[in-house]
Design a protein around this ligand. Structure first.
Ligand code: KG4
Ligand code: ZN
Length: 359
């Protein structure tokens, strides 16, 4: 089917981790609605996202999220040009729930179906928010992934480097758990770090001594655990100040390695802009460090608003707009993929963020 010339509307559906989301976005970049229903309470007692619980909650909440997104957009199914849905990577039960929901809508309303890579959704967000032209460099840092990408087209990405073990969001979440803070860990650790001394604990700066843009975060988690246990051993418990200092030190270490590796990625890229996306890109200290690095490299810096950095369906709808406009559509054989690398030519990294919920 040829996409219409005038602005067209796409319904986006996202359910690859613990947020059930639906959104309607126009091809002229207007976000008509963006509904995100979280599941934090559901997983709170388990110390992480429980895939089966997440999948069931998605299956229960998707219909209502879609209805709300359409109602808030003031549109009906017949006003849509296509339905876009996250088809991976992610927790397979949740992805399946989204794909089945999208297929049902597409079949029932006679609409084209567009399967979207969740990571492409994050990676294309700067084009939705800032109309960034291809190619651009970006850091995608979330709970399950971390990579530097040269974004060349809606379905063409070159990976310059990435994590060889855990994702930074996972490390933030683990840190929060080790220190008795709530989930998701990133915002909790960031808030705690505000009152902390980042210099008190000497956390490692993994892989900074090695060339290239690859990253590692698993050692930092171990270092944090050790520092915590030392405090507990010395004082028979953690003081408020210990906790704040641990958070500040951890955040500083993550920021320093990400900013330094970003500098290296910028140095080898022939682009004019650097963008960030993914949940970890909501971190203010990291955002400020990356902004400084981009400006020093003479690059335009784009950081989407926080609500579009963390998981949402507007980014999936937008990726759908781009793919649909390029003539791409799927059929009822569209499958759900737990793994789906953006750069299929790049060699798989050891671990490559596979331990996270989105791994
Ligand atoms: O992109 P996202 O919403 O979901 C995935 O695709 O993973 O990212 C979620 C991750 C979580 O690990 C969360 O702790 C982290 O992003 N995060 C943050 C912040 N806000 C969310 N990490 C650091 N600082 C933040 N302010
Ligand atoms: Zn994500």
């Amino acid at each position: 089917m040829t996409p219409p010339e005038a602005p067209f509307a796409i319904l986006g559906i996202e359910s690859s981790c613990d947020d059930t989301a639906a959104a309607v976005v126009l091809s002229d970049r207007t976000i008509l609605s963006s509904v995100v229903v979280g599941q934090t309470d559901l997983h709170e007692g388990f110390g992480g996202v429980v895939p089966e619980l997440a999948a069931r909650a998605h299956a229960e909440k998707l219909d209502a999220a879609v209805e709300r997104a359409l109602a808030e957009a003031g549109l009906g199914l017949r006003d849509l040009a296509a339905v876009a849905v996250t088809a991976g990577p992610g927790l397979i039960g949740g992805v399946l729930a989204g794909v089945m929901c999208a297929k049902g809508i597409a079949a029932g309303a006679g609409l084209p179906l567009v399967g979207v890579n969740h990571l492409a959704g994050h990676a294309l967000t700067p084009r939705l928010t800032d109309a960034l032209a291809y190619p651009y460099l970006m850091l995608l840092a979330s709970g399950g992934h971390c990579q530097f990408l040269r974004v060349e087209a809606a379905n063409r990405f070159a990976r310059l480097g990435g994590t060889i073990d855990d994702a930074p969001g996972e490390a933030f979440d683990k840190t929060a758990r080790l220190l008795g803070l709530g989930q998701p860990g990133g915002p909790a650790v960031e808030a705690e770090a505000l009152g902390g001394d980042a210099a008190r604990f000497a956390f490692p700066r993994p892989l900074l001594d090695r060339p290239g843009c690859d990253l590692s975060f698993s050692g930092l988690k171990t270092a944090l655990l050790r520092a915590r246990d030392e405090c507990v051993g010395r004082e028979s418990g953690l003081t408020w100040q210990d906790r704040a200092d641990l958070c500040a030190g951890f955040q500083a270490a993550v920021t320093e390695v990400l900013v330094e590796k970003a500098r290296r990625a910028m140095a080898i890229s022939d682009v004019t802009a650097f963008a960030v996306a993914g949940g970890v890109a909501a971190n203010a200290t990291l955002r400020a460090g990356l902004q400084r690095a981009a400006h020093e490299a003479g690059l335009r810096y784009v950081a989407p608003p926080l609500a579009l950095c963390t998981d949402n369906a507007a980014m999936i709808a937008w990726a759908g707009v781009e793919l649909f406009a390029a003539g791409h559509a799927d059929d009822m054989t569209l499958g759900a993929r737990p793994r789906w690398p953006l750069d299929t030519a790049a060699p798989a990294l050891v671990g490559s963020g596979r331990k996270g919920a989105k791994g």
